[in-house]
Write a protein that binds this ligand. Structure first.
Ligand code: ZN
Length: 456
């Protein structure tokens, strides 16, 4: 099978190695503009100034790029040092850290299994305020309980999970089925292809990973060698992605959008993942966590690996999986033509947020990075110019923000834009047919004002 296109996700490995810049004076009272150097779990060292940060991550301005970084992707000791540094800037000096500050630092460490350092922070919290003893005891119990259930403890021990579940909205005007499904196969032909897809999985099992098991769902063949307790969850996310996109794009839920079913290979280690990519896709996957292979015949497969075994790594995996699988879905919609890079990546990240809610960081990152992008007076042209060319990773959050803005502005218009582009209409034509009240020339201004309205 000839590879036509291939989608590469950068998750956790995208940050290039930046030169280490010397510390500069810390001036901002709220920790912004603080210079930091941070060690990523990928081994990369990134330096820059902090644009904003919260309990789950930060936005770093590094060599002119706005990089969203999740604490989960940072080496714990490095994340801890940076968090402490930011708190020190905010409080004036290290001795002024409050009991609450120490408690949160301790919690951050405890959740990530750095127990000795966690105990040290907790004891500082208790020294500042003895009343913290009870909360510390509760925190340990809660972390233990959630770990046993393989759930990620919340970053902020008091907020709990945010209510951010996928929205339930009315489907847009349904286009006719023949219009959206270019695969004109009979059910028998689909069955035949499905059998071939399964044969392929069996070959992979024999050649690459003998412990792969098959989890077959309505639309997917999930080949996985992870612990049993995560498998059903993964199958649910994949099917939820399918339903969300069917609703969003008016595609019939019971129709296959690809040939047979979409195989998703979930490898437990890097070696198997890299070997698969090399052997079957002639692709060097050393530095990524997942990718999608798509062919104009309608065949797709998604290949993924997990960065680690912590619950947060499962969330990261889920984000990559939904992102990649949504590329596979869109590939089969209307025609196998690729969408402009910014639109495809923005939609993939947006879909991950819709499906995964609070487990996903892409929404929060898009808000934070878009805010900084607007403040720096950057032009959207820098993002929109990426059509056939791969979108640079630092623009993913902006692409996400744009897609969300367009969907909120006019949902049917957005669906129509995708359909027109898949029918090979030039971009300007597809746009003017889809967004009648939003000329392309007004996009920057309208998007900026939406971003500013969402300021906290
Ligand atoms: Zn992608």
């Amino acid at each position: 099978m000839k590879r036509q296109t291939k989608h590469i996700h950068y998750a956790a490995f995208w940050a290039p190695i930046f030169a280490l810049v010397p510390w500069t004076s810390l001036c901002a009272e709220d920790g912004r503009s603080t210079s930091i150097a941070i060690t990523m779990r990928s081994g990369n060292l990134i330096s820059g100034t902090v644009s904003e940060f919260d309990e789950r991550g930060l936005v770093l301005l590094a060599e002119g790029k706005l990089l969203p970084i999740s604490w989960d992707d940072v080496e714990t000791p490095s994340a801890y040092q940076v968090k402490k540094k930011l708190l020190t800037v905010i409080r004036g000096n290290e001795d002024s850290l409050t009991a609450e500050d120490h408690f949160r630092l301790g919690y951050f460490l405890a959740v990530r299994n750095h127990h000795t350092a966690a105990i040290a922070e907790f004891s500082k919290a208790r020294k500042r305020d003895p009343a913290y003893a009870t909360r510390i005891e509760q925190a340990w119990k809660e972390i233990q309980r959630l770990k046993e259930q393989n759930k990620t403890p919340p970053e902020n021990p008091f907020d709990g999970p945010h209510a951010n579940s996928p929205r339930n909205e009315a489907a847009p005007d349904s286009p006719s089925q023949t219009d959206v499904n270019y695969l004109k196969l009979t059910p028998e032909q689909h069955q035949e292809v499905l059998a071939l897809c399964k044969d392929f999985g069996n070959v992979v099992r024999e050649e690459t990973a003998p412990d792969l098991v098959l989890l077959e769902t309505t639309h997917f063949l999930i080949w996985i060698n992870w612990p049993e307790n995560t498998r059903n969850q993964i199958a649910d996310w994949a099917e939820q992605m399918y339903s969300v996109l069917c609703r969003e794009f008016g595609f019939p839920q019971d129709e296959p959008i690809w040939l047979g079913k979409c195989p998703i290979f979930c490898f437990k280690n890097k070696k198997q993942f890299v070997e698969f990519a090399k052997r079957y896709d002639q692709y060097d996957a050393e530095k990524i966590l997942g990718y999608t292979r798509t062919e104009s015949s309608g065949y797709v497969h998604v290949v993924l690996r997990r960065l680690g075994n912590e619950p947060a790594d499962l969330d990261r995996f889920a984000t990559t999986m939904v992102h990649e699988a949504s590329h596979a879905f869109i590939h089969g919609y209307v025609s196998p033509l690729e969408l402009p890079a910014w639109l495809g990546e923005g939609l993939a990240n947006y879909t991950a947020q819709r499906v995964l809610g609070d487990r996903c960081r892409t929404g929060a990152e898009s808000v934070a990075v878009a805010r900084q992008f607007v403040q720096l007076n950057r032009s959207l042209t820098d993002v929109l110019k990426y059509d056939r060319e791969e979108l640079p990773p630092e623009y993913y959050p902006i692409a996400h923000s744009l897609v969300e803005f367009l969907i909120r502005t006019d949902r049917n218009g957005f669906v129509n834009l995708v359909r027109e582009l898949k029918k090979n209409q030039p971009f300007a034509t597809a746009w003017s047919k889809s967004f009648k009240t939003l000329p392309l020339s007004d996009l920057q201004r309208e998007w900026e004002s939406a971003v500013q309205r969402s300021l906290p």
